[in-house]
Write a protein that binds this ligand. Sequence first.
Ligand code: ADE
Length: 412
Amino acid sequence: MDELEQGILRLHWAAEHMPVMQALRKRFIDEKPLKGLKVGMALHTEAKTGILAIALSEAGAEIRLASCNPLSTDNSVARALKEEYGLNVYAKKGETPDEYCTNLNSVLNMAPDYVIDDGADLIAMLHTNRKDVLKNIKGANEETTTGVLRVTAMEEEGKLMFPVMAVNNAKMKYLFDNRYGTGQSTFEGWMVATNLIIAGKNLVVGGYGWCGKGVAMRAKGMGAIVTVTEVDPIKAIEAVMDGFQVKKMSEAVKTADIVFTVTGCNDVLSEEDFKNMKNGCIMGNVGHFDNEINIEDLKRMASSSRRVREHITEYTMPDGRRLNIISDGRLMNLAAGQGHPAEIMDMSFAVQALSIEYLVKHRDEMENKVYTVPNEIDRMIAETKLAVMGIETDSLTDKQKKYLGGWEAGTQ
Ligand code: ADE
């Protein structure tokens, strides 16, 4: 199949499985809530993101889109967005660090009114080397845990110069995208990269946040013997009560066949772990940045390395052990796989679309802070999703509402 045709079909397929976005698109076409505005986006440029970009352009915005990761672009989709939908896309799979930076700058060169970021690279640039376009920015959305941590640090230091909607922290995002999305797409990446089984393997999950929970849960379901590593004592107890072994990473790697890093922190796997690691171990990262596995340590310690499969590099240690890394430690669910399922991104990107609309409506009342997405947006998305799934729920009667709102003796 020709690349352009493939991109168009992938967009159609994603759209068909994103009913909440389809409903929003209909309303956006009628109401044009972003008319005349410029929106700069740095997200993983693949089919589901394409549907968000199309929706915002149908809402009246001028769009520029770059990838938020050098390996996560689907070239066929990038081409279809440009040639079939007339959008400005600056992304290709396998960008060099310079190309990655140039593409983000191309987005900012439009002097956007609003920014949609995944990982906060655009937002950080606007506060450092691209202050020339800062004054035009009225607000931003941030998609991911790592990005929300970054913008929160900026707010705490008093450096944040516009309001940011913490899309990641909306229930309709993290409960599904982080948990079930990462829980599934990690294993798609694994299967594409390795063509190996999960069942019966010792599998270590570094980090028990919402993403780590999803990965551990699915690994268990596929028959792996799962160990979790944590730095947070409460999350560690959660992991124990969910039925997982909890160990220090330096211990866990001694018997690990597979290690997935899912923490949002750097150096989750580093020199000490590589010294202890079992021969043949395969490591992959599903955290936003490629610093969770310290590949520089590994390169320094290894006597040689070679590409053994399209997505796998094997490092041979001086003692003969061979250690493998998927997708050079970059988000393996997007670098080797196709990212989260469309039904999941339907909800995440509905939060994005409605949060931008919210920013546009409320900008004048907002301060330079990180904002939680209003509960009504979460509820509206949940209700629409349930409706398209054909699932009905109960409603409280007036008597029940009174009971729940009461406290005096006799009302209970
Ligand atoms: N597809 C588009 N954005 C994504 C994300 N942040 N994670 C996984 N898949 C995606």
